[in-house]
Every structure is written in C-alpha cells, then in structure tokens.
Design a binder for this molecule. Structure first.
Ligand code: HEM
Length: 171
C-alpha cells in the first residue's frame, strides 16, 4: 500500500516510493506481462503526436503568412486548434498509460519533467496563436512570425525530450 513519506521535515512525496507502488499495482502488472500492450500504446502516442505536429504546423504556417490562405484565418485556426486539443487528450491518456506500465522510466526522470514544462509553454503559445487568429489581421507582424516559429521549436523540443527519456539515466 502506498503511503506518502515525509522527507526532510516536509510533506514531499517520495517519487521512488510512488513509482514502486504504481509498478506493483494489478493494472501495471497486467500491462507488463502482456508483451504487445506497451508497443500498442506507444504506437497510439506516436500517431497522435505526428497528427498534432501536422495540425500545429498548419496553424503556424497560416499565422506566419506562409500560404494556406484560401480558407479564412479564423476558420482554419478553429479547425486546427480543435484538432490539437483532441490530440493532446489522446496523448495524455496514452502517456499516462505508458507511465503506469513502466513508472521507473519517467517518474524519477528529470527529462520527463522538462518535457512537461515545455508542454505547458506550448499549450500557452497555442492559446495565444488561436486568440490572435480570431482578430483576422491582413499581414502577420514580426511577433506573429516569431511565435509561430517558436511553437514549432517547442513541439520539436517536446518530441526530442520524449525520445531522450529512454536514454537519460534517472537516479
Ligand atoms: C500530454 C501529456 C503527455 C504525457 C503524460 C506523455 C508521456 C510519455 C511517456 C510516459 C513516454 C514514454 C517514455 C519512455 O518510457 O521512454 C512518452 C514518449 C514519447 N512522447 Fe509523450 N507524453 C505526453 C505528451 C506528448 C506530446 C505532446 C508529445 C509531442 C508533441 C510527445 C512526444 C513523445 C515522444 C516522441 C515519445 C517517444 C516515443 C517512443 O519512442 O516510443 N508526448 N511520452
């Protein structure tokens, strides 16, 4: 049974203890002993992130004034931001399943937390881009182009961190 342990006088949950507990649960054990489940969840995660990157790229290109101008900006942005939110939910579900399956790979790994911080920033940037798109401007400003480019770098950074988790030894 998991019980949060106080450390150093603070109520800080011991991540190793939590990871061990999660790994020992019946659900995690079930995933661990069924060889095809983790590759199947990873496949769902990868397909979702590929589609998310495609949707984010369309939004960024349009906001930066690089084509796709046949559809009004606000309609294109509404379409692709909706897709981004749906795909983020799928990534969250598949990501949580991957954590449950192999908690020791992520819960104590700083790269995983770097990925989550970049994800929060990417979500904030996407919210800004979608708010900007509602204003229906004629020409993109330097800030629009910069932020659209930054959003692409952020999503790429999240993908790099997602892959890097497997290669970074956590204590
Ligand atoms: C929404 C919350 C998310 C959670 C909780 C999550 C969690 C995870 C976990 C646990 C792994 C397995 C890491 C390992 O054991 O090696 C993983 C892999 C990965 N994630 Fe996420 N993730 C999330 C969102 C995203 C997003 C938004 C992207 C990219 C746009 C992304 C890209 C990746 C990549 C590229 C991998 C490596 C896949 C592989 O090689 O099998 N993740 N993620």
């Amino acid at each position: 049974m998991y019980s949060p342990r106080a450390s150093g006088g603070n109520d800080i949950v011991d991540l190793h203890q939590f990871s061990d507990w999660l790994s020992s649960t019946a659900f995690s054990q079930r995933i661990q002993v069924t060889p095809w489940v983790i590759p199947a969840i990873q496949t769902a995660h990868i397909i979702s992130l590929a589609l998310l990157f495609a949707a984010a790229l369309m939004l960024a290109l349009r906001i930066a004034g690089r084509g796709l101008a046949t559809e009004p900006l606000h309609l294109l942005a509404a379409r692709f931001t909706r897709a981004i939110w749906i795909l983020l939910v799928l990534l969250l579900i598949s990501g949580l399943l991957l954590i449950t399956a192999e908690p020791g790979r992520t819960i104590t790994n700083p790269v995983f937390y770097a990925k989550m911080i970049m994800l929060v920033v990417a979500i904030a940037v996407t919210l800004w881009l979608s708010a900007v798109a509602k204003r229906q401007f004629e020409r993109p400003s330097g800030l629009h182009v910069f932020t659209a480019g930054a959003s692409m770098l952020l999503w790429a950074g999240i993908m790099f961190a997602g892959r890097f988790i497997a290669y970074f030894e956590s204590n």
